[in-house]
Design a protein around this ligand. Structure first.
Ligand code: NAD
Ligand code: APR
Length: 240
């Protein structure tokens, strides 16, 4: 018997590229997805950046420009409403995203954990400083902090690198009453393993996606449809 949704007060949500698809930002593994047009091993690994920084910068400069002309959609706005609605009743939302866009923040979400980094930030490989960055990045750009050139990279987690804040993310996951995955194919770890971690700790699980993900069978509850429709409908039910 599933806990009535009304008793759920601590929710952990994992979002993926699918929640930003209707804002015009491509996903990775759908038809015409980013990885069907670009080779991630040539653009999203530390080795690629070491061997060809100009090509990697150009790839993320293109994605940064696309992001700056994109807008949050109804799914992002619904999660911002969920965050404030849960807080009003003494509950909490832990919003963990695999996305490197800032659409959750622009929709009004106050606490967002970007486990794969943020496209609108740069990081200096010389001094380690991370800073907001909206312009094109290049090898020549000097670090505003240490002034050295040639060291700035996108503040994005690449294949082969550790995701950010992962210990705090696991702590929050295991304290939740409900784990919800939205718009993710469930094909990249460690995010793809969150649902089995939750199940192993007796936490209810729900998938909201355009179509069944690789992990669909592990979810107690599954809702399918475009995020801009399915997420607001689910949030209204939780808050009603
Ligand atoms: P991983 O094993 O978690 O993921 C590998 C995934 O990369 C595979 O599941 C596959 O879907 C994809 N992949 C690899 N080669 C591909 C190809 N040629 N075409 C299409 N897809 C391909 O990788 P990892 O090294 O453990 O990643 C560490 C962390 O970095 C993970 O959290 C990962 O999600 C993250 N990451 C972030 C970005 C980004 O752009 N933000 C890109 C890659 C990885
Ligand atoms: N509404 C809801 N879900 C959607 C929509 C939509 N409008 N459009 C697509 N989807 C779903 C797809 O069905 C798919 O299951 O979103 C999911 C997108 O999956 P991926 O393209 O694999 O994106 P994601 O799961 O976020 O990738 C995980 O892989 O390359 C790395 O670091 C990168 O963060 C990324 C990680």
């Amino acid at each position: 018997m599933l806990t009535p949704i009304r008793e759920v007060i601590k929710i952990f949500i994992l979002t993926g590229a699918g929640i930003s698809a209707e804002s015009g930002l491509g996903t990775f593994r759908d038809k015409d997805g980013l990885w069907s047009r670009f080779d991630p091993m040539k653009l999203a690994t530390p080795e690629a950046f070491a061997h060809n920084p100009d090509e990697v910068h150009a790839f993320y400069n293109m994605r940064r420009q696309n992001l700056l002309s994109a807008e949050p959609n109804a799914a992002h706005r619904a999660l911002a409403r969920l965050e404030s609605g849960l807080a009003e009743r003494g509950g909490s939302l832990f919003l963990c995203t695999q996305n490197i866009d800032d659409l959750h923040e622009r929709a009004g979400s106050q606490r967002v954990f970007h486990m794969h980094g943020e496209l609108l930030k740069a990081r200096c490989t010389a001094c380690g400083e991370t800073m907001p960055w909206q312009e094109d990045l290049s090898v020549e750009a000097p670090c505003p902090s240490c002034r050295r050139s040639g060291g700035l990279r996108p503040h994005v987690v690449w294949f082969g690198e550790m995701p950010l804040e992962i210990d705090g993310i696991y702590d929050a996951l295991l304290e939740a009453d409900l784990f919800v995955a939205i718009g993710t194919s469930g094909s990249v770890y460690p995010a793809a393993g969150f649902v089995s971690e939750a199940r192993g700790h007796g936490i209810r699980t729900c998938e909201i996606n355009l179509e069944p993900s690789d992990n669909a069978r592990q979810f107690d509850d599954r809702r399918y449809g475009p995020a801009s429709e399915a997420v607001p409908a689910w949030v209204e039910q939780v808050l009603s």
